[in-house]
Design a protein around this ligand. Structure first.
Ligand code: BGC
Length: 544
């Protein structure tokens, strides 16, 4: 942790120095962005040439990108985000689809117990879904005409973990991520683990294709919008899959697919970028997170970026300010039970804080505006208080009192206070306006860094695919085609200004021309639709 001991004491300028230090350690200037992206490009090429690299650059054997004319009805099973989902997807062939889905919880016990138990649960969920849609053509228990067995229902599996794929319907788990650690799965073929579970339960379902969620995002965005070169997830985890020339995937060696040439989607597994952390701007808050995580030294990039971790990094910052000695900087040194708990601060709370801070509501109209102030916030006599600018909210040389704030700023801080009370378990009287301002500052540092790092990954793909040459002030656009990206995940979808922040640094890295050509669109239901599209490809290739 940064020095928050007696050395710093309680003097305002010392507090300022401490906060400035923290802020500085989260800053990424043009040079840093370029260095990280340069390293990213080098690691892309290393992963394309050798197996066993941290950024695995996995060939997916998906060689075509849909154009929206695909048709059929498929089952999809999606494991790897917050929930497990089973879906039935109808592709209508006119860039539209219908998706019926059911979500199931995956308990901590399932995540960390025996893999067969987890896969049995997946099979049970598919069974429950199909039973609840009894009478539909996909019911596995419907007998065939004249007593014949109907053909097995084709299912596409979206499995959002690093899997070394050897065929469209075969892939070996390299490692678990995002808090999963089920035993006896690493090194095994996940399609077989699932199929064995279906067979144990006599389910007439056949897993014909395996895709990563990023591949699903790419395929589904291509289906609905007529093209896509990168599928990216910024959610619980982060990763990207893009379209690469087969000739560049030199580690494929003499594989028969190489002779056919053309393109193949590569699942980068960029969450594992720079596990050595030589390029990533690691702070003590990140080190604490990594040390206490289920997979220390792995998924370094993901731990700077994704929804699973941003709340925890912020919690580490807040705790260091609460623990500052001899005088605490935050919450008068008091941590709520929630804040004391590992992963007790959810990234969603960061999102609520930012939303509160950006609120443009008329201050007087909201409940937050009428919330009573903490006595110290109301203390100074109104007439003698000079108004202060928002940039001075962390100026500890003056008390931060309500009367010094514009009505809008006061209202925003009050709203943040409401969030802290409802989400973090603080009593209203424990949260001063200053506390609200400090928490907002910490959240914005963590998320801004995440968005800027995300732009390095996107810039790398733009570079690798030849849309831009050079980086930073040397960046030169190549060609003039649109760069279509399909995205999914809670951060990019719901976090206020995540995309805008990402674009700010993309502009620095690839120049305004290329940044404007980058079209970022939601890969709606990407995991379900993507799995259906790959199941379609598999059935066409005769895997059934
Ligand atoms: C996994 C990827 C996945 C990403 C987003 C990461 O933890 O390793 O396979 O695509 O999360 O879900």
């Amino acid at each position: 942790m940064p020095v928050t001991t007696a050395l710093y004491g309680s003097r305002p300028e010392k507090i300022k120095a401490l906060l400035d230090d923290i802020e500085q350690s989260f800053e990424l200037d043009e040079e840093a962005l370029k260095t990280i992206t340069g390293q990213f490009l080098a690691d892309f090429n290393l992963g394309l040439s050798e197996y066993g690299q941290a950024m695995a650059m996995i060939p997916t054997f998906v060689t075509g990108v849909p154009n929206g004319t695909e048709t059929g009805t498929f089952l999809a099973l999606d494991l790897g985000g917050t929930n497990l989902r089973v879906c039935q997807v109808d592709l209508f062939g006119d860039q539209t689809f219908n998706l019926k889905q059911q979500k199931y919880k995956v308990s901590e016990q399932l995540k960390t117990g025996e893999a067969t138990v987890l896969f049995d649960y997946l099979a049970d969920s598919v069974d429950a879904f199909l039973t609840s849609s009894a009478g539909s053509p996909t019911n596995p228990h419907t007998p065939g005409e004249l007593g014949q067995d109907p053909p097995a229902l084709p299912l596409g599996l979206t499995f959002s973990f690093p899997v070394e794929q050897t065929a469209l319907d075969q892939g070996y788990l390299l490692t678990w991520t995002k808090g999963f650690a089920a035993k006896n799965a690493v090194g095994k073929d996940v399609v077989k683990l699932l199929q064995d579970a279906f067979d144990r339960k006599h389910l007439h379902v056949k897993c014909v294709a395996l895709v990563n969620d990023t591949v699903g995002a790419l395929l589904s965005r291509a289906y609905t919008s007529g093209g896509c070169i990168l599928g990216a997830i910024f959610g619980t985890g982060t990763n990207g899959a893009y379209v690469e020339q087969v000739a560049n995937i030199t580690k494929l060696g003499n594989h028969p697919i190489v002779a056919k040439g053309g393109e193949m989607i590569v699942n980068t597994e960029w969450g594992g970028f720079n596990n050595s952390r030589t390029a990533l701007p690691t702070t003590p808050f990140d080190n604490k997170l990594d040390r206490e995580s289920i997979n220390p030294h792995y998924q370094a990039f993901e731990k700077f970026i994704s929804g699973m971790y941003l709340g925890e990094i912020t919690r580490n910052i807040l705790l260091s300010l609460i623990d500052a000695a001899p005088i605490p900087i935050l919450f008068k040194g008091k941590a709520s039970d929630q804040l004391n708990k590992h992963y007790g601060l959810d990234t969603e709370m960061l999102s609520l804080i930012e939303t509160a801070w950006m609120s443009e509501d008329a201050p007087a109209d909201t409940a937050a505006a009428h919330a009573p102030l903490v006595p110290s916030d109301a203390a100074a006599p109104v007439a003698h208080v000079e108004k202060i600018d928002d940039s001075l909210l962390l100026d500890f040389s003056k008390p931060l009192v309500a009367a010094a704030l514009t009505p809008l700023t006061l209202h925003r801080l009050q709203r943040i206070r409401t969030v802290l009370v409802s989400q973090l378990g603080y009593a209203a009287e424990d949260v001063t306006l200053r506390d609200a301002a400090v928490v907002r500052w910490a959240c914005s540092l963590v998320v801004r860094r995440a968005a800027r790092l995300s732009s390095c990954a996107v810039a790398t793909v733009a570079h690798q695919m030849g849309f831009v040459a050079g980086l930073g002030s040397d960046a030169k656009p190549v060609g003039d085609t649109d760069v279509k990206i399909g995205v999914d995940g809670s951060l990019i979808q719901h976090y206020p200004r995540f995309e805008a922040r990402m674009r700010e640094s993309l502009r620095i890295l690839v120049g305004a021309n290329v940044e404007q050509r980058i079209e970022i669109g939601l890969a709606k239901d990407g995991s379900g639709v993507g799995a259906a599209l790959s199941a379609l490809q598999a059935t066409k290739q005769g895997a059934l």
